[in-house]
Design a protein around this ligand. Structure first.
Ligand code: HEC
Ligand code: HEC
Length: 296
């Protein structure tokens, strides 16, 4: 009798200990499980990114290292996503610039779903006729958001980039143009050559006007503009003036079929380096105000 009670008591206590321990472990187990699931989502998102997005946004989402289907390096058409403007802070500079009032996740997921067809960002969500199911958009959004980290976001939030108003203001903020670097930017990094051709081979332009002629556009397109003024405006605001000189006659537009986001992609120095490569004389300017100064 005594022995039975002792055994039952011990069994009861053991059961309590085991259950008790399991219930204490439960939140930790749930967390490991959730983290593992989140990790898997990011991994699946990475596969989607490399299959669909890296051709335009670059291997590491930095708008560098874009390759076509044959493995040839090409200019990146998309913006950098792995960058502070898009990812750092609650209200990021990009959300501010686009007037977005929702969350960062919704901004990124919504942009992927709907695309920006007017700006060469394709529509991905199946609800809008794209090739990704909503859960796949969720995975690739998680992958993009995962680039936000302490190193990337260290220091105060970046100021949105505002281009100097005039060409003289631009050269005041840059070193002398480097034509060798300009050539690489023109051919590879920004892929201008794909549309504007080889500047020493007349007629090599496939889509836009021939770049060999850009140096000759003093007063030609816009009264009072030098070639440098005109080129500065053409790159930052392609739709402001539509060229009459495309391979098959007057260019289409507005809107221009030239990507409108170079102002978000290139540095001030890149701009003068490309002008140096194309023999556009930056020191000659009418001082025309190309970019409105920021409102006070
Ligand atoms: C054909 C090229 C192209 C492909 C492919 C592409 N994008 Fe884009 N994407 C762009 C361009 C161009 C923009 C900038 C549009 C603009 O100027 O507002 C952009 C913008 C974005 C933005 C908003 C960035 C910002 O700062 O406002 C996100 C997010 C994005 N893309 C994610 C993706 C994802 C994810 C994929 C793959 C599923 C993808 N893109 C595939 C060209 C592309
Ligand atoms: C996808 C094709 C495409 C790419 C890439 C492109 N452009 Fe253009 N560009 C055009 C088209 C089309 C026009 C004519 C329509 C217009 O006037 O906006 C044009 C117009 C211009 C003009 C005005 C030319 C004139 O004769 O009036 C300049 C200057 C120019 N682009 C420079 C550049 C530079 C520099 C780059 C690279 C940083 C570049 N473009 C990238 C298509 C492109």
């Amino acid at each position: 009798m005594q022995v039975k009670i002792v055994i039952t008591t011990i069994a009861f206590m053991l059961t309590m200990i085991i259950f008790g321990y399991a219930s204490i472990r439960e939140p930790a187990r749930m967390e490991t499980f959730t983290n593992a699931y989140e990790g898997r989502r990011i991994e699946w998102g990475g596969d989607i990114f490399h299959g669909n997005c890296a051709t335009c946004h670059g291997e590491h989402g930095k708008a560098e290292l874009c390759y076509d289907a044959e493995g040839e390096q090409i200019g990146c058409a998309g913006l950098a996503l792995n960058n502070r403007e898009l990812l750092c802070g609650e209200r990021t500079p990009r959300m501010e610039a686009m007037g977005w009032l929702g969350t960062k996740e919704a901004f990124i997921g919504g942009t992927i779903t709907a695309g920006r067809p007017w700006a060469n960002m394709p529509t991905w969500g199946s609800d809008f006729g794209g090739s990704l199911q909503p859960y796949e958009v969720g995975y690739v959004t998680a992958y993009v958001l995962n680039w936000e980290d302490e190193e990337l976001c260290a220091g105060p939030p970046p100021e949105p980039v505002i281009w100097p108003s005039t060409v003289p203001d631009l050269i005041a903020e840059t070193a002398a143009g480097d034509a060798v670097n300009g050539e690489q930017l023109y051919n590879v990094a920004y892929g201008c050559a794909a549309c504007h051709g080889d500047p020493v081979v007349d007629g090599s332009n496939a889509v836009g006007p021939w770049a060999g002629n850009f140096q000759n556009l003093d007063e030609v397109r816009v009264a009072g503009y030098t070639a440098a003024d005109y080129m500065y405006e053409s790159i930052l605001e392609p739709s402001d003036y539509i060229s009459p000189d495309c391979p098959a006659g007057p260019c289409a537009g507005p809107p221009s079929s030239m990507p409108a986001n170079f102002g978000l992609r290139m540095s001030f120095q890149d701009m003068v380096d490309i002008m140096a490569f194309l023999n556009v004389d930056v020191s000659s300017s009418s001082g025309a105000e190309i970019v409105p100064p920021p409102a006070e």
